[in-house]
Design a protein around this ligand. Structure first.
Ligand SMILES: [Zn+2]
Length: 345
């Protein structure tokens, strides 16, 4: 090129080099930026290696407003943001643009963005059925139809992360997990008050290869019984950063026959048996009985040391009398981490 005096052009970059560069971009950069530069980059954006993992947890989200959709639930209206959106959005009268402009007028500071469905549509145009890992953002609001759309267009998912803002009914969950039959690892944040019960049965009946489960939320005894009944093939279980009913954890330890490793780090334990002994029933340290049962049955139990600074900070927040305690949870900044490698994302 230099000998002939020609200036190298972006669109003639070697496909392999483009692939290396595109691998550094997040999903929004690819769908809204790189794939729209030229035909050559558009073609390169279809490379299957770029789409093994769809990581929406790395994409910036803008919560536009909270909108009541039913009597007892208030749901966030979320848009995904991209820095080139200002230039890209057509000045049409689409419903979304009208909605965004309305909220912009109302709140002033709100930026433009794409709905989850729009993002999923654009991603699957490029990825086809390549994705094996699908991670939603911790504050994603996933409508039932969005969940079904993702399952239909990305049927080969092996590792899935669902946030607590994931509404579902039996029908949508059954549909979604009937498509995700290759699922091996499931990470769920569950808030019973927001979503009601989790459809463990729909997952268990369809995902017969599921061996890794991370459950982040409030584990009651009946949740534990459902996990035992539906996920008998589980080998690895993480309850990191959860509120745990001790009897529930005990039933997991004794009931799961293939279970080899359990993560109980940074948890708060609720033990009704202690009440009878006039001992505080809630605390940040697992009881001796629980530790003994786990170490006897399992290959490995992961728990915090007594001076864990993470637990101390969380416990101090929990025991605050002010309303501040409800505004912070380890979930918000640490849910991508785990001491068990399979749950890191
Ligand atoms: Zn800890």
């Amino acid at each position: 090129m230099e000998k002939s005096g020609e200036t190298p052009k972006w669109e003639t970059l070697d496909r392999n080099i483009l692939s290396v560069i595109f691998n550094k971009l997040d999903a929004m950069d690819l769908i809204m930026g790189a794939s729209r530069v030229c035909i050559s980059w558009f073609v390169a954006s279809h490379d299957k290696s770029l789409w093994q993992t769809v990581d929406l947890a790395k994409v910036q989200q803008v919560v536009v407003s909270y909108s009541p959709e039913s009597r007892d639930k208030v749901r966030p209206v979320v848009f995904y943001n991209h820095r080139v959106d200002d230039d890209e959005i057509e000045r049409g009268l689409s419903f979304r643009n009208v909605l965004v402009n309305f909220y912009q007028c109302l709140h002033g500071e709100v930026e433009k963005g794409r709905s989850l469905r729009e993002v999923l549509i654009e991603i699957t145009k490029l990825s086809d059925t390549a994705p094996k890992n699908l991670f939603f953002n911790s504050h994603s609001y996933i409508k039932e139809k969005d969940l079904m759309f993702a399952a239909q267009r990305m049927p080969n998912i092996e590792k899935l992360v669902l946030p607590r803002w994931c509404y579902h009914n039996k029908k949508s969950f059954r549909f979604a997990f009937s498509r995700w039959k290759n699922l091996k690892t499931l990470i769920i944040a569950h808030d019973h008050n927001l979503n009601g019960g989790f459809e463990f049965q729909a997952v268990g009946e369809n995902c017969i290869n599921l061996t890794n489960l991370k459950y982040l939320g409030y584990l009651h005894e009946y949740n534990a019984e459902q996990i035992v009944r539906c996920f008998q093939k589980l080998k690895r279980l993480s309850l990191r950063c959860s509120f745990l009913c001790v009897r529930g954890v005990l039933s997991l330890i004794t009931g799961l026959q293939n279970h080899v490793i359990l993560n109980l780090t940074h948890c708060v334990f609720h033990d009704v048996a202690l009440l009878r002994q006039n001992v505080p029933a809630i605390g940040p340290v697992p009881s001796d009985d629980l530790v003994q049962a786990a170490t006897q049955k399992l290959d490995k139990l992961i728990k915090c040391s007594h001076d864990c600074s993470f637990c101390k900070a969380w416990w101090e927040r929990l025991t605050l009398t002010s309303l501040d305690k409800s505004r912070w949870h380890p979930y918000d900044k640490d849910w991508r981490n785990d001491e068990i490698e399979e749950f890191v994302f």
